[in-house]
Design a protein around this ligand. Structure first.
Ligand SMILES: [Zn+2]
Length: 514
């Protein structure tokens, strides 16, 4: 981020006329932020600090971006992704957080500002286990009832892509979530305090209680210069890049493998953090990790660190499309279509409930841990948006299926013997006020940067992958050979009408080290 003089902005606009329509160096604050006292400079600094909390050398990009509030950055021509989170705006960072468990959790509305990092130390507190220094969040003690005995089960459900306001807008329609919210502790000011706001970083922060710059999972896709190719955070389903103990790890080590620990979800970036390092940690035991693999059409694991019960491995999703099921009239004919329906949640909970029953969860004095990513709201939100009938229906499906999980936990442990924690990894933007004018494509950003800085070779951007990462990877030495630096790229981007601010790796690194 750099403050531009009107003259330099004008110069940039001359150099890239097409991309600079309507640019003013003093762009006004978005109207919907009226009521806040923050000016652009304050927000610029806050967003810089949020990126700094998730800066990890070698893994983070060289340019970090914030789109203007309401504007959406996408890949072109992808009907499954018409809405995209990742920003610091309210709709992406305000998250729900509920703690529920009679005898263990106090009832009430708590307005303390809390964040992802506070969840793992809260579970540690319920289990009465000391936390490692990386778990830097604060236990939510105000809502803990200090029960004489720990709960027999702690169930952590991460509702991928659930905005906090879903719990105001829809909750009366949702008997299970409504009950948990009303009987339990509702944190009305839970918020993400790092960037980008997306699945991998969210789940890793919830699971470890660490800042992303400590646990090391800082983007959905990175560019690995060793092999000159993009990489997800958990290649081959290995947890190796997660550089902090998770709550599952801590409990695994403390109980020497006596606790049942189950991590379940869709995609490696959501599921591996939930499961932790399993038996790939020194002195730890293998735990259950069940990840839905869309290509395979069923549940998979990594046998080196985890195990997968055969009754789960054998339940292939093809049974749903072979039986001709539909959802809201949409045909289900493969994993990709299934994942964008509430029907997937039933399939997921079938597996989860059978694990609760057959692994004897909650049956002895050693508390068991169940950590689950529910991906469906995110996929449905990406495709149809948070205000769609599809999203409302997926929420009703999720509520019903969560009720089934809680019923299984009640049967396993008794009514007053378990704690449920409901949170989300991030939110989602709504339909822009001018839908046709507020969707922008990362391919156009790449083109514009290459037109401006590297028109001949067009390779100064090494990689710009998942739009939600809000960062891209630059060949710095090539850029310098072309006579430019990162500041010039950031300044150019910040002058685009749909970019609120752009930061260089150097700025972010300087703040991150403080
Ligand atoms: Zn998403």
């Amino acid at each position: 981020m750099q403050t531009l003089s009107p003259l330099s902005t004008a110069l940039l606009c001359l150099l890239a006329a097409a991309a600079c329509v309507g640019v003013s160096p003093d762009k006004p604050l978005p109207g919907s932020l009226t009521g806040t006292t923050d000016d652009r400079a304050t927000l610029n600094q806050r967003f810089l600090e949020m990126f700094a909390r998730a800066y990890y050398p070698g893994r983070s990009g060289q340019i970090m971006l914030v789109p203007e509030r309401g504007d959406i950055l996408l890949e072109p021509n992808d009907p499954f992704y018409r809405f995209m989170h990742g920003s610091p705006w309210d709709y992406d960072v305000e998250i729900p957080l509920i703690l529920h468990g009679q005898g263990h959790i106090r009832q009430g509305i708590f307005d303390a500002p809390v964040t992802h990092r506070d969840i793992a130390p809260t579970v540690a507190s319920l289990l009465d286990v000391p936390t490692p220094v990386t778990m830097s969040g604060t236990p939510l003690t105000a809502s803990l009832a200090n029960a004489a005995e720990p709960p027999r089960i702690v169930f952590v459900a991460v509702l991928d892509g659930a905005r906090r306001d879903f719990f105001d807008r829809f909750v009366t329609d949702l008997p299970t979530l409504n009950r948990l919210k009303n009987e339990g502790a509702w944190y009305s000011e839970a918020r993400i305090d790092y960037l980008p706001s997306l699945t991998s970083v969210g789940h890793a922060s919830i699971a470890t209680g660490a800042e992303p710059r400590v646990h090391g999972v800082v983007a959905n896709t990175m560019y690995d210069r060793r092999f000159a190719r993009p990489s997800g955070p958990f290649p081959d389903l290995s947890p190796a890049s997660l550089h902090a103990l998770t709550i599952a790890d801590l409990w695994n080590l403390n109980t020497q493998g006596d606790a049942v620990i189950i991590g379940q979800g869709t995609t490696a970036r959501a599921t591996i953090p939930m499961a932790g390092h399993g038996g790939c940690l020194v002195s730890a035991q293998s735990t259950i990790m069940a990840m839905f693999d869309g290509t395979f059409g069923g549940w998979v694991t990594n046998d080196e660190c985890y195990r997968l019960p055969s009754y789960v491995a054998n339940d292939k999703a093809a049974r749903l499309w072979q039986s001709g099921e539909t959802w809201l009239g949409y045909e289900i004919h493969d994993s990709s279509t299934l994942l964008r329906t509430g029907r997937f949640i039933t399939y997921q909970v079938d597996a989860l409930v059978s694990m609760i029953e057959r692994e004897e969860v909650g049956k002895d004095e050693v508390p068991d841990l169940i950590l689950v990513n529910f991906k469906t709201l995110d996929y449905v939100g990406h495709r149809w948006g948070p205000d769609s009938d599809e999203l409302a229906e997926a929420l009703r499906d999720l509520d019903r299926e969560l009720g089934r999980v809680i019923g299984a936990l009640e049967s396993a442990a008794g009514d007053n013997n378990f704690v449920t924690i409901i949170a989300s990894d991030h939110g989602t933007p709504g339909e822009p006020e001018e839908p046709e004018n507020a969707r922008y494509y990362i391919t156009d950003i790449i083109e514009a940067v290459h037109d401006r800085f590297d028109p001949t070779e067009r390779r100064v951007i090494l990689f710009y992958g998942d739009p939600a990462d809000n960062q891209f990877f630059v060949d710095r030495s090539h850029l310098e050979n072309l006579g430019f630096d990162l500041e010039s790229v950031a300044a150019y981007l910040e002058a685009l009408p749909y970019i609120f601010s752009a930061y260089t790796e150097d700025e972010v690194a300087a703040v991150s080290g403080r």
